[in-house]
Design a protein around this ligand. Structure first.
Ligand SMILES: Nc1ncnc2c1ncn2[C@@H]1O[C@H](COP(=O)(O)OP(=O)(O)O)[C@@H](O)[C@H]1O
Ligand SMILES: [Mg+2]
Length: 294
């Protein structure tokens, strides 16, 4: 499959400043994803992560450049792409089943009701909510509501799943369980996923690659970190892997130091179209690593 199933090609986003002039959130941003890949984005608040996600969703449009999914430029929202937000945005008057079926029926307008219900139930079961399908959102815990959001997103079998800090409001136990479920379902279905997170361990557990964004305004993609952990990793054992501290320290060093300083010391040969690719390892930096692993 193509390496560029999803790509952003030289995108920029600018806003008028209150007193005149413009703020450039980012410009000339390039990045692409393979089909079935799980990508996490890490960067400080305000650097433009949600803006990139909204452009991929079609809710926002770049001022320059283009975002492309499966060969087509994104123009407006589409049922090809599903979003899971931190708040679950469920319809409060509909049951769990009603919420999921609503999305399924929107995607498959010609399906009879029984087929819509069966399809919705299959995804409700996948996220462990079988038995709660007739409950209203007000009867559900935060974690359960988020599961409904996940079931609804997956039920339309999107080309791409977009997640904006989906688990950050949940307690650690629920967050862990939902991370397991999202990871399992994405692997099982070959789902392509793009997730914003500020949780370094979440990124290490879920992502194949992690995009590091520098602080805004004029944020840049500093580098792309390849996850050295095996794809069949288990959440509760990830921290025992020999490369775990190398990648974890690399990500934290970025957040605490380099996200600010990167722009003052841009590595020689840095190319916005092809940001450096780094694969942290216990054996030290790979051939193209920009710095020493701890
Ligand atoms: N509608 C808007 N008008 C003006 N500035 C905006 C608007 N939306 C976002 N911004 C600015 O764009 C920058 C990036 O925002 P956002 O993408 O939400 O960042 P992140 O998700 O990384 O925290 C912020 O500095 C924010 O203030
Ligand atoms: Mg955001």
């Amino acid at each position: 499959m193509s390496d560029r199933y999803i790509s952003i090609e030289g995108i920029a986003r600018r806003y008028p400043k209150a007193g005149g002039g413009t703020t450039t959130v980012f410009e000339d941003l390039w990045f692409s994803m393979r089909k079935g890949e799980f990508v996490c984005v890490i960067g400080h608040s305000g650097c433009g992560k949600t803006t990139v996600l909204n452009i991929l969703n079609g809710l926002d449009a770049p001022d320059d450049g283009a975002a492309i999914v499966d060969g087509k430029a994104i123009e407006g929202p589409s049922l090809d792409r599903a979003v899971i937000f931190q708040g679950h945005s469920l319809l409060p008057w509909r049951s769990v089943l009603g919420n999921v079926a609503y999305a399924v029926a929107a995607k498959h307008r010609d399906w009879p009701k029984a087929k819509v219900t069966a399809h919705a139930m299959a995804f409700i079961e996948k996220v462990g909510l079988k038995g709660s399908e007739l409950k209203k959102p007000s009867e559900l815990s935060g974690g359960m509501k988020q599961r409904v959001g996940i079931a609804r997103a997956l039920s339309i079998e999107p080309k791409m799943m977009l997640m904006d800090e989906p688990f950050s409001a949940l307690d650690a136990l629920t967050r862990g369980t939902l991370q397991d479920e999202v990871r399992r379902i994405c692997l099982e279905t070959g789902q392509t996923a793009f997730m914003i997170t500020h949780d370094v361990d979440e990124a290490i557990y879920l992502a194949d690659r992690i995009v590091l964004m520098t602080n805004g305004p004029q944020a840049m993609i500093a580098e792309i970190v390849e996850n050295p952990l095996p794809r069949d990793r288990i959440r509760t054992e990830v921290h025992h892997h020999r490369d775990y501290y190398a990648i974890r320290n690399h990500l934290i060093d970025f957040l605490v130091v380099r996200s600010k300083s990167f722009r003052d010391a841009i590595p020689e040969g840095y190319d916005r179209r092809h940001p450096p690719v780094v694969r942290p390892s216990a054996d030290g930096p790979g051939p193209d690593a920009g710095r020493k692993a701890a």
